[in-house]
Ligand binder design. Structure first.
Ligand SMILES: [Zn+2]
Length: 181
């Protein structure tokens, strides 16, 4: 899926996510500076490989929990198609992720990065072809469950393992088995 490299994310979008770290943001600028990352500007667009580099740096210096938090914060600012905002269960929102992607990321191609399958009333299989880190996507999925359906940490699970399929283990995509109650 080489198309991602033609996708662009606005500086405004990136800054909105990072600003969610609040007063503890200085260490992030410090890491970026030390690694010769240019100052991120609101009105510029940035490639997906550039964004992945930012996530890599934060992961290296701060660990997977920070990446999970980045994913969660992304869900907060992520635009979801308005006409579909009356979702009653997570089963209704996840099928719109390819469409939602076009509202948040500038893409030349028609994105087809996500696939969703209902397993039972409170379980679904979410498949992602994006190049983003598994921890980031887990945080993002949890963000959607939490922010749209008030499902909290104790009442959900996002199973992700090489047995289910993971890009880090040679698969073309990552599968996440999502359950809630
Ligand atoms: Zn994975």
């Amino acid at each position: 899926m080489g198309e991602h490299s033609e996708d662009w994310i606005s500086g405004k979008f990136i800054l909105s996510i990072l600003e969610e770290f609040g007063e503890h943001i200085d260490w992030i600028w410090e890491i970026f500076k030390r690694n010769h990352i240019p100052v991120i500007e609101k009105n510029k667009n940035y490639s997906i490989p550039f964004c992945l580099q930012l996530i890599d740096l934060l992961k290296e210096h701060s660990g997977p929990n920070t990446i999970f938090k980045l994913g969660y914060e992304t869900a907060k600012i992520y635009k979801i198609p308005m006409e579909y905002n009356q979702f009653k269960t997570p089963h209704e929102i996840f099928p719109f992720f390819n469409l939602a992607y076009t509202l948040n990321v500038q893409s030349d191609s028609n994105p087809n990065y996500y696939h969703y399958e209902v397993i039972n009333t409170k379980t679904g299989l979410f498949r992602s072809h994006t190049p983003f880190h598994c921890e980031f996507e887990k945080g993002f999925i949890y963000g959607i469950l939490n922010l749209y359906f008030a499902i909290d940490y104790q009442n959900h699970s996002i199973e992700h393992s090489p047995q289910l399929a993971c890009r880090n283990f040679g698969n073309l995509y990552c599968n996440y088995l999502i359950s809630w109650n």
